[in-house]
Ligand binder design. Structure first.
Ligand code: SF4
Length: 245
């Protein structure tokens, strides 16, 4: 399996002669990161990308909430394609309700689970009008009470729209937290709570974005690009590719 993986790597990777797979250890045995290592990792993320941004297009907290609700089991690129036509005509709960479920379905039919998502977006828009004066609430409990809004969606909205130091654990962040040993956990909530415990305050605002981007573009699921990873020396993954020089 390892041979097949290595053979499939890019030309650029093959040119790096001083790389070798680290000796395998049993998973679950990695040493916890020290506070100094955690600080070092996030310092590097910050240096590389001082002001990271989410990739879901939106124009206000409401459209962010809708975009995140639409993004479950879908790619940001796919959601952006649909919302580029939707948000110019429905950027408030009132306009969304006026648009109606059927026309909303037409706008988002390229996104997975679109029927259910359309139903939820209309229902959450109605609730925002009825209970929150048409505004997106800033409280987690109120966000999570909206149809189709779970903890992850609430965390994204609290972080991006309101600047709260929350960490939304999606599939990328879950993988990075476990694979690196930074915040291992069997559930997204365990990973989230682990990260909240160890990430220094100065990095909390952007930690969520840095880790998601790291998982999306470097520590990817099938063949992580360890050869260009800026936290390679800190990562605890037993199967990582390490520099020998
Ligand atoms: S060294 Fe490899 S496995 Fe570890 S964080 Fe970097 S890309 Fe992921």
């Amino acid at each position: 399996m390892a041979k097949k993986t290595r053979a499939g790597r890019t030309k650029a990777f093959k040119k790096i002669s001083a790389l070798k797979r680290a000796p395998a250890k049993k998973t679950g045995q990695s040493k916890p990161w020290t506070p100094a290592e955690v600080h070092e990792a996030f310092s590097r993320f910050r240096k590389e990308n001082p002001d990271p941004k989410g990739e879901l297009e939106h124009i206000n907290p409401y459209t962010l909430l809708v975009a995140v609700a639409l993004s479950a089991q879908a790619t940001d690129v796919g959601v952006n394609k649909a919302t580029r036509n939707l948000f110019p005509v429905a950027d408030t709960p009132q306009k969304m309700v006026a648009l109606g479920e059927e026309r909303l379905r037409e706008h988002i039919k390229t996104i997975g689970l679109y029927r259910n998502k359309a139903k939820n977006v209309i229902a959450l828009s109605e609730q925002l009008i009825a209970n929150h004066n048409g505004q997106v609430p800033r409280a987690r409990e109120e966000l999570e009470a909206l149809p189709g809004v779970g903890r992850k969606t609430a965390n994204v909205v609290l972080n991006i729209a309101f600047g709260e130091p929350t960490i939304a654990v999606d599939t990328h962040l879950f993988r990075v937290g476990n694979r690196t040993g930074l915040a291992p956990g069997k559930t997204p909530l365990e990973v989230e709570l682990g990260l909240l415990e160890i990430v220094p305050d100065e990095f909390m605002r952007h930690a969520h974005h840095w880790l998601i981007l790291h998982g999306r573009y470097t520590c990817v699921a099938r063949r992580p690009l360890c050869e260009r990873c800026i936290i390679n020396d800190l990562c605890r993954w037993p199967e990582k590719i390490v520099y020998l020089t």
